[in-house]
Write a protein that binds this ligand. Structure first.
Ligand SMILES: [Fe+2]
Ligand SMILES: [Fe+2]
Length: 181
């Protein structure tokens, strides 16, 4: 199981790597997602889910733009066993569902797909493609699905070069407030 200090170390060691196909690093992407959530008034658990939603990329580096090589890195699941004892489901569920939230939003929101980045469009196919209307309805019934949809929309906006955010320490403090005792 990871500790908050381990997570800080992971960002220190791997956070400077480029986010596949986007003009931000892994750390910038994490901070921007959490920052957008915070600006929208999200609680500690959802802000923490936003900060850590792509931690699987840091734990399981598949190299540059794996979608170009036909690889689905399943990063939404990879970090979960490492965080299971550290955070409640309110943090883990939106992380687990943030890829399926993209599949949902492509079905539910006209125009969403067109706004996705090229890498997101490419990985969507590897991740199972757009949900049917039935699958979209089933998705919304899953615990954490609505938070995952919110996370996903901040995630999509968190790819901006030079966007100012609070530092990692600020968001780790919020993570500490929702960590399990
Ligand atoms: Fe992701
Ligand atoms: Fe992301």
């Amino acid at each position: 199981m990871l500790t908050l200090a381990d997570i800080e170390l992971l960002f220190a060691r791997h956070g400077a790597s480029q986010y596949s196909g986007e003009p931000v690093t892994q750390l910038e992407h994490a901070l921007q997602t959490a920052h957008l959530a915070e600006q929208s008034g999200a609680d500690d658990a959802l802000v923490t889910a936003c900060l850590l939603h792509d931690l699987g990329h840091l734990l399981n580096d598949q190299g540059e733009t794996p979608s170009l090589r036909g690889i689905d890195d399943t990063h939404q699941y990879f970090a979960l066993p490492f965080m299971r004892g550290l955070f409640p489901d309110a943090v883990l569920d939106p992380i687990k569902l943030h890829v399926d939230a993209k599949r949902y939003l492509c079905q539910a929101n006209a125009g969403y797909h067109a706004k996705l980045s090229e890498d997101s469009k490419r990985s969507l196919q590897l991740q199972g493609g757009v949900f049917s209307a039935t699958q979209a309805g089933e998705f919304l019934d899953r615990p954490g699905a609505r938070d995952a949809v919110l996370l996903r929309q901040w995630d999509d906006l968190a790819k901006q070069a030079e966007l100012a955010t609070p530092p990692l320490a600020h968001f780790l403090a919020r993570a500490g407030r929702c960590a399990l005792a």
